[in-house]
Design a protein around this ligand. Structure first.
Ligand code: GLN
Length: 278
């Protein structure tokens, strides 16, 4: 069986299973199973697969059709300026979160000396910032040991130094930081029950923000006042309908001199940004 033949069959199989970008996913799965780049599939369309390669592709395709997210099957994902290993123990980093990192990098003229990433998961935000700001001291916490183990591997693979700490939000911390950033769980519990099946394969703890989606965000904002240096800044990813309530939470602390709700590139509310006064 040639690459061309398998690629066409795989595309058809994914399309019939209602997978939206069937051709692209077929290319990615086949290239992954063969250990080549996507472009190679088109450079060598008549190349024949070994039986083992063919079985590998079939197994991947079957899992994909059963709802396993593509990124878990590929085992890694590009994020901002780095490549991250993934497992079902961590949330799949989203493009919105790359935008959050980009926003932060553009906002800071000089790298902050001390940075905290709350709920680091795969390590995405912390590692992207560490790569951008090699001189900054970066601490990343997560409550999940499995996530921390993966994040440590990712930091090592990307050649950055990060201090990983197991912590329930701020509970294990004593220092203060010039920048605190988080992509916390913020989806309403009830919405998660109806989320697409790929999302249901992600760790619920990384997504579930409680009945109103604001449980984690509330703690992160309320306690940030004890962990931010004067003029320290807080950035939190939020849901599209949470802007006004998050602004209220920020103002209620009475320590922020500025509180902005920002949109992502598709024009939806997506981030909160605040600066502590002196
Ligand atoms: N943006 C993600 C989603 O809608 C949620 C991420 C999160 O809760 N931090 O699936």
């Amino acid at each position: 069986m040639t690459i061309r033949y398998v690629l066409d069959g795989l595309t058809k199989y994914l399309r019939e299973a209602k997978i939206a970008s069937a051709r692209l996913e077929a290319e990615m799965l086949l290239a992954h199973a063969l250990g080549v780049d996507r472009l190679d599939l088109y450079l060598h369309p008549e190349h024949a697969l070994t039986e083992e390669q063919y079985q590998r592709v079939r197994a991947l395709a079957r899992q994909r059709v059963q709802g396993e997210p593509l990124q878990y099957l590929l085992g890694s994902v590009p994020f901002y300026n780095v490549e991250l290993k993934l497992s079902p123990a961590v949330l799949i980093p989203r493009p919105e979160t790359e935008e959050l990192v980009d926003r932060i990098v553009k906002d800071f003229r000089a790298p902050p000396s001390r940075v905290l990433d709350l709920g680091t998961g795969s390590g995405a935000i912390a590692i992207a910032l560490a790569k951008t700001w090699p001189q900054s001291r970066i601490v990343a916490i997560d409550v999940s040991e499995e996530a921390l183990a993966l994040a440590r591997q990712n930091a090592l693979a990307n050649g950055v130094q990060i201090e990983f700490v197991r912590s329930d939000w701020y509970s294990a911390l004593t220092d203060s930081f010039d920048l605190i950033v988080s992509n916390p769980p913020y989806v309403r519990s009830s919405a998660l029950d109806h989320a697409q099946r790929e999302v249901q394969r992600e760790p619920r703890r990384a997504l579930d923000g409680g009945p109103d989606g604001l449980e984690a965000i509330t703690r992160i904002i309320r306690d940030s006042v004890h962990f931010l240096t004067p003029y320290g800044r807080l950035y939190v990813e939020i849901d599209t309908d949470q802007g006004e309530r998050v602004r209220q939470l920020l103002l209620a602390t009475e320590v922020f001199s500025r509180a902005d709700i920002l949109q992502d590139s598709s024009g939806r509310v997506r981030f909160a940004r605040a600066m502590r006064s002196a």
